[in-house]
Design a protein around this ligand. Structure first.
Ligand code: LLP
Length: 416
């Protein structure tokens, strides 16, 4: 069903590595990623955009494990960051500064100063006030900062409201009808280089026509700017391509995305930037968890596992569907809520889900957990952050050690 995850003699494998063996070596819970699945996606993107001058900037927020970042960097991708911490990690993984773009509505003075000193390709600026602040900080460093305006094209991506970002009522970007004013202001500021235009309309988008719609609005703006004598170097169309969460989902491919936006962007001749996150990494990862208890109440069966909203918050936060596979295939089935150990009613991984009948100690794989899984995890209930493993053919490598209690409370112990 899922790329590079499949059964051999009723046991689930990631590439050529048995998940059961892996769990016996590293314990649970853990995230496992298939390197081949990641490389496949990278190549699909590169192939789809090869005929147009495009920089593919991986959105670190989807998953910022350094070993995974290295894979993207080694394959020529750039980085899309949203914080000083992500900049630090991007540099650590080796991304060159002229391939780093930086978005976010709330960049602090420290973060702005850090990014200016690293000479990044562009700040994606989200407010008029931010333009002034970047200008001021750049002048202190006696530098010019590269900026693009993040415009809000007011396109409905038809996705979950929490991850729609391009609508007028959202906190992101500058409304496209105010964009001209923002550019006029920016070109007057001495320590700014105006280099591009940016938009990101939302995430988990299943219909690429909304990307075309957004691109058309952005291209209109580019022509308007040109008339005013403001020339840009690139158009950044953000990320947002959907992935397969349910086995019946049929998400668009990078080629579909390219076919939707390149013909529109081409009219300007400007270089293209895209910022995919989820679609590069989501399907390459699974969260492996162990059944601790079974509990039958009058209304429901519960399968209680050793991982929950602390490792994967998407079901709790967005009511998101993640497919669940038994690591050891079973003959009998059951319907249950698969819930975590966290003291919250919202702490579930799946509700009323049909799975193979499990026993205490069995393992479950929560699929499509490569994006916004580990990167959104927390220490709630003082639970250690999960370990992470990268599989490559018959080999595997721990790419994040399991956190221990000492580490979780380190900064509190130091001041006790
Ligand atoms: N660029 C910008 C400016 C963004 O805000 C985002 C995601 C991306 C790129 C990458 O989008 P992607 O290709 O991953 O869809 N936590 C949510 C998703 C939040 C996405 C926020 N922005 C979830 O788990 O569904």
């Amino acid at each position: 069903v899922y790329n590079y995850f499949g059964y051999i003699e009723k046991k689930l494998y990631c590439e050529e590595v048995s998940i059961l063996n892996l769990a016996s070596k590293v314990g649970t819970p853990f995230f496992v990623y298939s390197k081949k699945a990641i490389l496949d996606k990278i190549n699909q993107y590169k192939e789809a955009f090869k005929d147009y001058d495009t920089l593919i900037c991986y959105a670190l927020k989807a998953n910022s494990n350094l070993s995974l970042l290295k894979i993207f960097e080694e394959n020529g991708l750039g980085a899309d960051i949203v914080s000083g911490g992500e900049l630090y990690k991007a540099k650590k993984a080796g991304f060159s500064s002229n391939k780093i773009v930086y978005a976010g509505v709330g960049k602090t003075d420290f973060e702005i100063s850090y990014a200016i000193s690293e000479n990044i390709l562009s700040f994606n600026v989200e407010s008029f006030m931010e333009l002034d602040v970047i200008n001021e900080i750049a002048s202190k460093q006696e530098k010019k900062a590269n900026v693009s305006i993040r415009v809000n094209p007011n396109v409905d991506p038809k996705t979950h409201p929490y991850i729609s970002t391009g609508l007028k009522k959202s906190k992101f970007g500058i409304d496209i009808d105010q964009a001209l004013d923002a550019y006029k202001k920016a070109v007057k500021l001495e320590n700014l280089n105006v280099v591009g235009v940016h938009c990101h309309i939302g995430s988990q988008i299943m219909d690429v026509s909304v990307f075309r719609e957004a691109a058309e609005k952005v291209v209109d703006l580019v022509f308007k700017l040109k008339k005013e004598g403001i020339e840009l170097k690139f158009i950044d169309m953000g990320g947002g391509l959907g992935v397969k969460y349910h086995p019946d989902d049929n998400p668009p491919t990078p080629k579909d995305l390219a076919d939707a936006i390149i013909p529109v962007v081409k009219q300007t001749g400007l270089k293209l930037i895209i910022e995919p996150g989820r679609s590069l990494i989501a399907e390459a990862g699974a969260l492996i968890t162990k059944v601790i208890f079974l509990k039958d109440k009058q209304e429901k069966h519960f399968v209680i596992v050793d991982s929950g909203m602390n490792d994967l918050v998407r079901p709790a936060m967005y009511n998101a569907y993640h497919h669940v596979l038994n690591v050891q295939e079973k003959d009998e089935e059951m319907i249950a809520d698969i819930v975590g150990p966290i003291c919250e009613t919202g702490d579930f991984l799946a509700l009323d889900r049909k799975i193979g009948k499990v026993e205490r100690g069995d393992l479950l794989a929560i699929m499509t957990a490569g994006a916004y899984g580990s990167s959104m995890s927390s220490n709630y209930n003082v639970r250690p952050i999960a370990l992470e493993v990268l599989v490559d053919g018959p080999n595997f490598k721990v790419i994040k050690e399991r956190e221990d209690y000492k580490h979780i409370s380190k900064y509190e112990e130091e001041v006790l």
